[in-house]
Design a protein around this ligand. Structure first.
Ligand SMILES: [Zn+2]
Length: 434
């Protein structure tokens, strides 16, 4: 189902023309209201919105790093100097989990929140869920932005059954008794539940679930890992992706399963950059790089050329579903990336290559870099967990090592460990241990 056909099938050139108008207005708004961007753009030699130009010139403007915004938060203004709205205009304040301790706050006006839910609803509707049927969610509606995604299920016309995080009994009871069409969860949790259900004699493949919607971490789009999830659930797996500071479920995959469409089109402008140099790359079919996002009509705390740290591959060709514009597949977080003798290696890509050895392996892997930092000397140690009852042997270990070398061009040392030896997660998986 296409939620808003006139928007989602609009030729991309027309979309860009509309977005250019929004973008110029957003820039004017930033110059008027954002102390952060007045200073930042001024320092880069851009004294006015007119001078900064339109979307065609956006690559001339500086990139925004999360840390630099966060550094402007003070006791008096805990949001940071990019806050543009008056306190009375805010209707919701989320926090991002933040690895550094202090949370960063994400304020929204009523229109911002509505745009978030609209974009998210388009993204999730792309998965093929149908109005009138049921969806079980496992996200908490707590402090984190993911809570807003839950509102999009209502917008699509689904009956939403929240079961929260970390309650597998309740989840399987809901699946068994309420017969939902879909579940939404992280790919790690989807994988964990396959084992969990099997241990209890519950046949997930025979359940009512036809669609498994994964989000929250990279991996759901990787072919071999996806195959494991689809076989375990007997359902179609599609993924969605957002980023806390910009918006929830900005991207959502359709039933063609060939990358995520931009559900938040009209609200957010995507760019691609080389993560090393920061240089803008053309958004063309087959291109890869870090995703950079710009708000087009945000009110509370708009961001310009925000570095997401998500490394994506782009598809620009037509999609049989009829939606237009770029599609992306997330390869991994640039923060998780290792460089082994000049070659970029994403732990989620390692997991995908290893998953192709199912049913002999469980699909759980742990990359264990030997030195701190990004650059590593080969061989890169990788622990691979065997499937239940699988003894494993050096022939299997060698085959996995050889496949990793041919697919990812990385030399590894593969250590097979028994089933259950690696940690499981009901939220996001830890794929790297230092
Ligand atoms: Zn499509």
């Amino acid at each position: 189902m296409i939620l808003e056909p006139e928007v989602e099938t609009r030729p991309w050139e027309e979309q860009l023309a509309l977005d250019d108008v929004s973008y110029r207005a957003q820039l004017a708004y930033l110059f008027e209201r954002s102390a952060f961007y007045r200073e930042k753009l001024g320092a880069a030699g851009h004294g006015s919105a007119e001078e900064a130009g339109g979307l065609a010139e956006i690559a001339r403007l500086p990139l925004t790093e999360k840390q630099e915004v966060k550094a402007t938060a003070t006791r008096e203004n805990p949001f940071g100097a990019h806050l543009c709205a008056a306190p009375s205009e805010l209707v919701r304040i989320y926090s991002t989990s933040g690895t550094t301790g202090t949370p960063s706050f994400v304020p929204l006006t009523a229109r911002d929140l509505n745009d978030w839910v609209t974009g998210s609803a388009r993204s999730y509707a792309a998965s093929g869920v149908t109005p009138g049927r049921r969806i079980v969610s496992t996200y908490t509606a707590g402090p984190f932005v993911a809570g807003a995604a839950l509102e999009s299920f209502e917008r699509i016309g689904l009956c939403h059954i929240p079961v929260g995080i970390g309650n597998s009994e309740r989840l399987l009871a809901a699946v068994e008794l309420l017969e939902p069409e879909a579940v939404v969860l992280t790919p790690s949790y989807a994988a964990h539940l396959i084992e969990w259900a099997a241990e209890r004699g519950f046949d997930l493949t025979g359940s009512s679930v036809e669609r498994v919607l994964v989000a929250g971490e990279p991996g759901g789009g990787e072919p071999a890992f996806r195959r494991v999830l689809e076989q375990g659930w007997g359902a179609r797996v599609t993924e969605a992706m957002g980023i806390g500071d910009i918006g929830i479920s900005l991207w959502g995959e359709c039933e063609e399963q060939d990358g995520m469409h931009l559900g938040a089109r009209g609200f957010v402008h995507p760019e691609l950059i080389d993560p090393e140099s920061g240089v803008a790359l053309p958004l063309e079919d087959g291109a890869g790089g870090e995703l950079v996002l710009t708000h087009l009509r945000h009110q509370a705390a708009p961001l310009l050329r925000f570095r997401t740290r998500d490394h994506v591959e782009v598809r620009m060709g037509p999609c049989p579903c009829g939606r237009t514009g770029p599609r992306v597949r997330c390869i991994g977080r640039t923060d998780d990336m290792l460089i082994v003798r000049g070659v970029n290696v994403f732990p989620s890509a390692v997991r995908d290559v290893v998953s192709a050895f199912a049913p002999r392996v469980s699909g759980h892997v742990l990359v264990r870099p030997r030195s701190p930092g990004v650059k590593q000397e080969p061989p890169l140690p990788v622990r691979v967990e065997l499937a239940r009852g699988e003894p494993g042997d050096s022939v299997l270990a060698d085959a996995i090592r050889d496949r990793l070398r041919s697919v990812l061009v990385v030399q590894t040392r593969v250590e097979l460990v028994p089933f259950g030896a690696l940690g499981r997660s009901e939220y996001k998986s830890k794929l790297v241990e230092r």
